[in-house]
Ligand binder design. Structure first.
Ligand SMILES: NC(=O)c1ccc[n+]([C@@H]2O[C@H](COP(=O)([O-])OP(=O)(O)OC[C@H]3O[C@@H](n4cnc5c(N)ncnc54)[C@H](OP(=O)(O)O)[C@@H]3O)[C@@H](O)[C@H]2O)c1
Length: 239
């Protein structure tokens, strides 16, 4: 396995759930992290506990400049960028006619454009160095579809398609592109549609730390191999 000590990783959606757990898991392996999200106070709380191994950037993934500021912060603070975890995303439950135009547009913008912009910010540095890793957090819904979440599933399929294209475009430049496809994971994201914190179904879900461990493992794999799609679900989850 590759040693991640000193590696610099930018993470979008690092203020909660899978992104926050990934930041902690990566720092536990000796990596340095640049954290991006809108809720800066949450990011700063992580920075305060990081022992100088994290930097926070208030950014919205819908804004290309926000992604460039995240990458710039990694370069300015830690002197480089080795990997990007494009994790920020939102979901909404409901049939195709149940959700508002505004909610669907927001979801498509955050989940699709909000994956493209951070990648476009990071790739020039990876190309310059001839080395880099991109990990996209999609979903099982991005492989199998999902009932009551058709548009969400479409955004997650879009991420898988983006990764497939980028793998072909960037592999021979020593830039790996991996997609992580979790099933139900007990984060704030998993609330809604009648779910409340502490309810039994949530206890059966995977934990954000489980997904963070997968992201760490992908980055630890030797550069002689690459992960394409890693899909995972709780042992209890079915449909
Ligand atoms: N939880 C699940 O069951 C599950 C299953 C499969 C896949 N996923 C995927 O996992 C990823 C992370 O989800 P999670 O479960 O960890 O959810 P979460 O706990 O709700 O965290 C979502 C993160 O995304 C950030 N974010 C949302 N909109 C943003 C924006 N416009 N700009 C910047 N950051 C934004 C949030 O930060 P701010 O609000 O502070 O900006 C937060 O840090 C998502 O892509 C999701 O689709 C989740």
């Amino acid at each position: 396995m590759r040693d991640l000590t000193g590696q610099v990783v930018a993470i979008t959606g690092a203020s909660a759930g899978i992104g926050a757990a990934s930041a902690k898991a990566l720092m536990a392996q000796g990596a340095k992290v640049a954290l991006g999200a809108r809720r800066i106070e949450r990011l700063e709380a992580t920075v305060a506990e990081s022992g100088g191994n994290a930097v926070a950037v208030e950014m919205d993934v819908r804004d290309p400049d926000g992604s460039r500021r995240l990458v710039d912060a990694a370069l300015a603070t830690f002197g480089g960028l080795n990997a990007l975890v494009a994790n920020a995303g939102i979901g909404a439950y409901g049939g195709i006619m149940d959700l508002t135009d505004e909610k669907l547009a927001e979801m498509m913008d955050i989940n699709v454009a909000g994956t493209v912009w951070p990648i476009r910010a990071a790739v020039p540095h990876f190309l310059e160095k001839g080395d880099g890793d991109i990990v996209i957090v999609s979903s099982v819904a991005g492989i199998r579809g999902a009932g009551d979440e058709a548009v969400y599933a479409a955004t997650k399929f879009a991420q898988v398609g983006l990764a497939g294209g980028l793998d072909r475009e960037l592999r021979d430049k020593n830039i790996r592109v991996a997609t992580i496809c979790p099933g139900g994971t007990s984060t704030e994201f998993a609330m809604g549609a009648g779910r409340t914190p502490g309810m039994a179904g949530l206890a059966d879900m995977m934990k954000p730390e489980n997904i963070a461990d997968a992201i760490v493992t992908v980055l630890q794999q030797p550069k002689s191999m690459r992960t394409l799609i890693w899909s995972m679900r709780s042992i209890q989850e079915q449909d």
